[in-house]
Design a protein around this ligand. Structure first.
Ligand code: PMP
Length: 335
């Protein structure tokens, strides 16, 4: 690889053997597209990011069906119909994990438009499905979960629903995210906080945000142009289970100055403490106790270990939150 710029965060990425691509499982390097595909020309695609956790002889996929429902909902928003149900795509995901012997930690289904018309009318270009599975380490750096990250308030605002629908996970939304992310990295931060059209806190480039003030959790509502993250939803649910109050309300930009803790949630970033925003230190500059309690509670929910506050295992509200994929042989723990 070329020179790694100093503003790059350390990241691990392990490719696997097989990718599902337009109807078949193909070797990783053979999942290729024509350069004039609508997704290359105009970003005509939607996708999902789903974590699969290694439990030795099996993998546990977190909220597979919810993510696949959002995938199909996002596709519908862009008039794409691949004629498949969430159950059918779930079977592909499970088969992909088995074929790749459980060596990954992250699933990436994409629905995108391929090669056809070359104009902005992408409707004639056939929608296709791919699913990749790889080993993705700590999204915001090796020690992000333990030590926390620093974020900047981005000069780029998150798009409003009258520009692009923020509640669907479309590739084009990440044009906005790419600008914000690159700006943050070049300024020495791990990620950005984007504001909404009203100047209230929205989210990071790939994660939702929570603020802790006097033991109450605050998080922006859907009307603040967020993507309604499933990790966010799980944290809100877990907070209720362990007796922490949650307020979903518009959050003014400078609110963080009056908070003791801040953290970010997402499939890739999991529950990541935020210790600094725009050079203002949050709390004492180390991950807060409520953040770490929720991080551990989230992890223990997935592995079905006892909750650290309650001392007993909490079952998820729906069995479909945890999909177990049995492996032929135990997979080595990679992340
Ligand atoms: N916001 C954005 C823009 C994202 O890309 C993600 C990651 N999918 C999230 C929030 C968090 O969503 P989830 O918890 O469902 O991964």
């Amino acid at each position: 690889m070329g020179v790694v710029p100093p503003y790059s965060v350390e990241q691990t990425f392990g490719k696997t053997e097989w990718i599902y691509f337009d109807g078949a499982f193909v070797p990783w390097d053979d999942a290729r597209l024509h350069v004039l595909s609508a997704v290359v020309q105009y970003g005509s695609g939607v996708f999902e990011g789903i974590r699969a956790y290694n439990a030795g002889t099996h993998m546990t996929i977190f909220r597979l069906h919810d993510h696949l429902q959002r995938l199909l909902d996002s596709a519908r928003a862009y008039y794409m119909d691949i004629g498949m149900t969430t159950n059918q795509i779930a079977e592909i995901c499970v088969e992909l994990i088995r074929r790749n012997k459980g060596l990954g930690t992250y699933l990436r289904p994409n629905i995108f438009r391929g090669y056809g018309e070359l104009g902005v009318n992408v409707l004639p270009c056939r929608p296709q499905l791919s699913v990749a599975y790889w080993n993705w380490g700590k999204y915001l750096g090796a020690d992000a979960l333990e030590r926390g990250v620093r974020l900047e308030i981005s000069p780029f605002r998150r798009m409003s629903p009258d520009v692009l629908p923020p509640t669907v996970k479309a590739a084009v939304n990440y044009g906005n995210g790419q600008l914000a992310k690159a700006h943050a990295l070049m300024n020495g931060f791990a990620d950005a906080i984007m504001l909404d059209r009203d100047g209230c806190i929205c989210e990071g480039t790939g994660m939702n945000l929570f603020f802790v003030r006097d033991d109450v959790l605050w998080t922006p509502p859907v009307s603040s142009c967020i993507l309604e993250g499933y990790t966010r939803d799980a944290i809100i649910w877990l907070a209720g289970e362990i007796g922490i109050r949650v307020r979903e309300e518009p959050i003014p930009m400078m609110f963080f100055h009056r908070c003791q803790e801040v953290f970010a949630t997402g499939s890739a970033s999991e529950v990541t403490p935020v210790v600094e925003i725009d050079r203002a230190v949050i709390g004492d500059g180390t991950p807060g106790s409520l953040t770490m309690l929720l991080q551990q509670s989230f992890s223990n929910l997935i592995s079905q270990r006892p909750n650290p506050r309650l001392g007993r295992v909490i079952a998820p509200p729906e069995a479909s939150w945890l999909t177990r994929v049995t492996l032929e042989a135990p997979a080595p723990v990679t992340a």
